[in-house]
Design a protein around this ligand. Sequence first.
Ligand code: ADP
Ligand code: MG
Length: 668
Amino acid sequence: MKNRSDVPDPLEALQKKLAGFGDYSLRKTYYPELQQRQEELERLKAFIDHSNDALFLVSVVSGLIVDVNESACRQTGWSRPELLVKSIFDLSALGSCPDALTLIKAPQENSGERALAVTDLFRKDGGRFPAELTLNRMYFHDVAYVLAVARDITERKRSEEALRQSEDFLKNIVDNIPAMVFAKDATDLRYVAINKAGEGVFGYPREEMLGKKDHDFFPEEQAAFFSQKDREVLARGELLEIPEETIKTRSGEDRILRAKKIPLFDSQGKACYMLGIAEDITDRKHLEEQLLQSQKMEAVGQLAGGVAHDFNNILMVIMGYGNILKMDPALEALQKARVEQIIDAAEKAAQLTRSLLSFSRKQEMNPRVAILNDLVQQVQKFLIRIIGEDIQLVTDLDPSDPLVRIDSGQIEQVLINLATNARDAMPQGGTLTIGTGLLAVDTSFVQAHGYGKPGRYALITVSDTGCGMDEKTKSRIFEPFYTTKELGKGTGLGMAIVYGIIKQHNGFIHVYSEPQIGTTFRIYLPLIEMEQQEAGEIIAPAPPKGGTETILVAEDNREVRELVREVLTSFGYVVISAEDGLEAVEKFKANRESIKLILMDIIMPKMSGKEAFHEIMQLDADVKIVYSSGYTQDIIQSRDVLDTGAELIMKPVQPIELLRKVRELLDR
Ligand code: ADP
Ligand code: MG
């Protein structure tokens, strides 16, 4: 319990003193002074009581409250007598403030005279309020006390909280803006703010960026560009738009941004911050480019296809009349040779137009369900011949055996064209890798890559370790007649044909290339799901089988003749060649016993294929024949060049198809 007599109350002491004076006259003498002292004391008390702050005089070590002002009673709701029996620790959470505890409970010589604490004060009604306490050691008559001045900071806390909330709200807004927002100070362009989208694109966490400059993150050239623009905005004091700028993100990726930079002014009108708002337009840019590219291809394709189609018809007429003229017995040898030149040139032109037709997707398609891996395995044999000995061929086939609906001949053509280019790209040798796989394309893939259509695809990848291409070449390779090869070496049609064929299969093709490192083509072909495929629908193209039979090949074009001979002999056949119809008849006469099959070009000098065959039929009615022609089947048939029902192989001759046809006929 508390001993009241301990309390040195100056007023009480004075009164005691006065009581000792019995003499009235003396009392009378002192009265005015007493009166004055009394008033001073009352004023002092009023002064203390009127303080807004609650004052507690606390006894050191015990923590007991020995005096309080009125404000203390008002704020806590306890009366003075109630308070004077409490300890300051009953009244507040000061017990958890170490400095205050030391000051009151364990005062040491050098432990300091002051402590500050922000803590809660408890009210009589059970409530509490936050207060800021200033604790000061004081001595009275050599006794140590602590004077605790408590200020109610409820209001301040409330406004701090309100401020924090509004800050949070603003931060939330800024953070959730789906655009990059950042600010830099005007003096040295250090980052002072950056939102979530900004972190996302830059790839650096906020804490890492704040206080640093562009030079700390981005390549020299980019950082210099950003700084230059920032300075420009601050100097001009107005918004600046930057339609396109590239930044290298933390992961090393290049992103294209569209930015707006805005100066922020202080109250004196001085630009003190640079506010930036930027949007990542990389994907949109790619889509635009892709769209532009496909529109270009579409337009070129339409033009090329239209021209080729009409042109082909004109060539038919030229060749038709050429052939009639050539057979005119009145022609002299020289004239005849010239007519042959004309027909020859027209034949070449026709071949060109055929390439164009396949680019513009006007080619006839004969789609069948096929096992992609089988197809790749079959073409492999030819690819090895094409690429030569210095280039190694590696295949990497997906064990899940993707099924596709394709025109096998055309897809073989695609692989042959790609392998031919790969060979040209690796004159010093290297590796050509052909792989298959499965891939699901979803909308995010389409968005990220800027091409494709959602769905499941079979994938063919063709990679080489060759010279690669720069961006400019890459963007043009599918254009017909675009070639980087020297005159006479490249036609610029290989990739255009690939493009046309893939498009016609509802697939798409993507090229990735690094100069000096290599190129990878990725071909996506719509996948046939196992469930949807009807039993027995798969017609796996039989692998081409060879044989030992003798075949007569009549073909006037030397290159085609050599190709056919090579393909057939490498599969075991014996080939007898003839350069024209007349020679074909002669060679047949000389070898009629051994020849089991005749492969005959329809249009040849000296004697047409059809005439030659009629002559041969006189010698052996059972001999088997297959015609080859560069004209589409309908045209040949409608012109009655062929006997109906005769077998026909279209040029350009595709090796696998040729082998299959030959075997099929021999086995018939
Ligand atoms: P061509 O082979 O007759 O030049 P293409 O249409 O086949 O025509 O190819 C066009 C161009 O594409 C080539 O000239 C070459 O510059 C480039 N190209 C195609 N494939 C590759 C490759 N695998 N590596 C490097 N460049 C290639
Ligand atoms: Mg080529």
